[in-house]
Ligand binder design. Structure first.
Ligand code: GLN
Length: 199
């Protein structure tokens, strides 16, 4: 059975687990880097990106997540997870995992507007997706290999680069599982192509 891990150092973990299971895949909380060996796809959840980065370093996850992605295994970052995946962060000299060729702005919709919901059209996924934003970032620049999947007020809020995908919003917080189902499909497709390649 397709197994998807949710990095469980901090943040909205349980909601992702429930959504993955609702999509018919197996879900496990990832607390040790060795567990990455038993999963086919990984979700970096929302939370607080600097705290999560600190925990990634203290639990020695950094190289392991990078190696996981380099094997062609899909990674999905939501909110703080999107920030962790970006190559660059506005106003910061350093970034985190740098998996996707994009620049992001943190808390980009303003601190006063802590959270809001919006209906989005997401390419290939949904025409009417009710997206929940919580102190959300957005993407300010993308490289040529990044496909923009959704915008809100002309800002990029969902994107994909090969086997990497990210959202500024929290698809795990509603009962609409279409975004998570799309990620589960990406993971299933990557398993099929790895099997064809004899990996
Ligand atoms: N603003 C948070 C950060 O910078 C992300 C918020 C979220 O994940 N809901 O990490």
């Amino acid at each position: 059975m397709t197994t998807i891990g949710v990095l469980a150092l901090q943040g909205a973990v349980r909601e992702h687990i429930r959504s993955i299971e609702a999509c018919g895949a197996r879900a496990i909380e990832i607390k040790h880097k060795e567990q990455l060996e038993v999963i086919d796809g990984l979700i970096l959840p929302g939370g607080e990106s600097t705290t999560m980065r600190r925990l990634i370093d203290s639990y020695d996850f950094f190289d392991a997540i990078e190696a996981f992605g380099n094997q062609g295994k899909p990674i999905f970052g939501t909110c703080a997870g999107l920030i962790l995946m970006a190559r660059a962060i506005d106003g910061s000299k350093t970034a985190h995992l740098g998996l996707m060729d994009m620049k992001v702005a943190r808390n980009a919709f303003g601190r006063q507007v802590a959270s809001f919901e919006a209906e989005l059209e997401i390419t290939g996924i949904a025409a009417d997706f009710n997206a929940v934003f919580i102190r959300a970032p957005y993407v300010t620049e993308v490289g040529p290999e990044v496909e923009v999947l959704a915008t809100y007020q002309d800002q990029i809020v969902a994107a994909k680069q090969g086997h990497y995908i990210c959202t500024a919003f929290h698809p795990e917080l509603t009962d609409d599982n279409r975004f998570i189902a799309y990620f589960v499909e990406m993971v299933e497709e990557s398993l099929e192509s790895m099997a064809l390649a004899g990996l």
